[in-house]
Design a binder for this molecule. Sequence first.
Ligand code: GLU
Length: 320
Amino acid sequence: MDRRITKEELKLAVTEAYKRFRENREGKNADYIPYLAHIDSNLFGIAVCLPGGETITVGDCDYRFGIESISKVATALLVLKDYGPETIMDMIGADATGMPFNSVLAILLENEHPSTPLVNAGAISAVSMVRPVGNSCGKWEAIQSNINQLCGNVLPLIDELYKSESASNSNNRAIAWLLKNYGRIYDEPEISLDLYTRQCSLGVTAKELSIMAATIACSGYNPVTKKSVFPPQLTEKITSMMATVGLYEYTGDWMFRCGIPAKSGVGGGIIGVLPGIFGIAAFSPPIDKAGNSVRAQLAIRYIMEQLRLNIFSGERVVIV
Ligand code: GLU
C-alpha cells in the first residue's frame, strides 16, 4: 500500500525548511566568476513542483539567477535524446571523476576513459555534439529551446554574467582544447566553449527549475505546459548521472544522507528529482568548497528527512 503524504504536510516541511535555514551564514558566493560575487547572499527560495503541475514556493522563487551547471542536465538530455544513451556512453561516458567540476587533471588521467556530461569537460563535449554541428546559431537555438521546454518558460540570457564568465573562463578554454587533443570534442572547441558559457549564463528562477526537475520526475512530461519534452526512458539515465556526480565530489555524501538525485550550479541553485513524486529546486548564492549552495542543500535535506523520502527506500509514496 502506498504511503500518503498530503500537500499540506509538504507545504509545512518547505516552509519550515525556509525558516530554519534562512539565517544560516555558512558558505560564500562563487567569486571566480566576478558577476556571481556581487549577488545578494541573503536570497533564498525553495520550490516544489508536483506531477499535477501545482507548485509550492517559499521565499525568493521568482528571482532570476545564473543557471550555471544545472544547464548541463538539460543539454545532456538533449544529446541523449538526439544520439541515444549508448552513443553518449561511447562519446562522453557516465562516470564520476571524483575531482572538482572543472578539473583538467581528470582529463589527463582519464583520457582513455570517458567522463560525464555533468562536469565541465563532458558538458563541453555534450555541447559540441548538439546539432547542427558547425552552426553556432542553430546549436544555440536547439540548446535554448530544449531548456525552455524543460522549464516551461523562455529563459533570458544574463548578458552581464555571460560577459563576466567569458572574460574569466581560461580554465574551461584549456579543457576544450585538451578535449580536442584527445579527440573527445565533436565541434570547434571555441564554438563549443562559447555555447557552454552562454548556456551557463541563462537566467532562471527556482520556480522554473522546480518545473524542469518535475519534468524529469514525470518521465519527460512537463506537468505545467502539459507537453512531452523527452522520451520516458531517459529519466532513469539522467537521474543516474545526477546521482553519480550531481554535487561534484560531495555526491556520495549527499546521496547517503539525502537519497535524492540532484544537480547544483555555482550560481546557488540545486534541483532534485524524485521520479514519480516531485521535482524540487532551492536557491541561495553562498556555496561550499565543492560549489554547492549551502542553504539549498540544507533545505532539500530537511524536506527529504521530514517526509521520510528516499529514492533507495523502495517504499511507494504518493502526494495527495
Ligand atoms: N559556468 C561554470 C563553470 O564552468 C559552471 C560551474 C558550476 O556551476 O558548477 O565554471
